[in-house]
Design a protein around this ligand. Structure first.
Ligand SMILES: CC(C)(COP(=O)(O)OP(=O)(O)OC[C@H]1O[C@@H](n2cnc3c(N)ncnc32)[C@H](O)[C@@H]1OP(=O)(O)O)[C@@H](O)C(=O)NCCC(=O)NCCS
Length: 145
């Protein structure tokens, strides 16, 4: 059975590898440690048999708002509810932090993720032109907590 838990420093290398394999955006590896140090409550991993197969990174943007920066599940483990489990745990953590709104950006072409977020109560509120490194546009999505 997969487990959802807060990230530990020794997990971060595996998270960087998974981000590289599954997300098109290229991140400086240093930022993963920075997210952990600045807001560990927003950094969750999914693991099975001690292998990291998914993660979510969110940050607090104001005293009442948070933003999901990355969410990823290894391809062969998708559509089994792990994305939902990571998101549900994140929302629970944010509620404990008195967060009342969650924001995120997603590629306008990423229909699987847009449908996933829609199902979890997020709505598109804006289009951000050329938001990504490769010039692709983003939708800004948001939901109340
Ligand atoms: C978006 C993402 C994180 C979703 O992760 P996931 O683990 O597949 O998410 P879930 O399994 O909870 O839900 C995905 C779908 O599988 C379905 N599902 C869940 N459990 C299922 C099961 N046991 N049997 C059949 N379908 C199931 C869900 O209903 C959902 O359907 P939907 O797409 O119609 O809403 C994943 O697709 C991913 O990593 N994508 C690449 C990175 C990315 O785009 N990230 C988001 C932008 S940063």
């Amino acid at each position: 059975m997969p487990t959802i838990r807060p990230v530990q420093p020794q997990d971060i290398f595996s998270v960087i590898t998974l981000a590289f394999e599954t997300l098109p955006e290229r991140y400086n590896p240093v930022i993963f440690n920075q997210f952990y140090e600045s807001f560990p409550e927003g950094f969750l991993i999914a693991e099975i048999n001690h292998k990291i197969i998914g993660f979510l990174i969110g940050v607090k943007t104001t005293s009442q708002t948070a933003r999901i920066l990355m969410l990823s599940v290894e391809k062969k483990h998708r559509k089994k509810g792990l994305g939902a489990a990571l998101l549900t745990e994140f929302l629970k953590q944010m509620k404990n932090h008195s967060i009342t709104r969650i924001d995120l950006e997603v590629r306008t072409t990423n229909t699987a993720a847009i449908r996933f977020y829609n199902r979890h109560g997020f709505e598109i509120t804006d289009t951000l032109l050329r938001f990504y490194q490769n010039g692709e546009n983003a939708y800004h999505m948001s939901r109340a907590l």
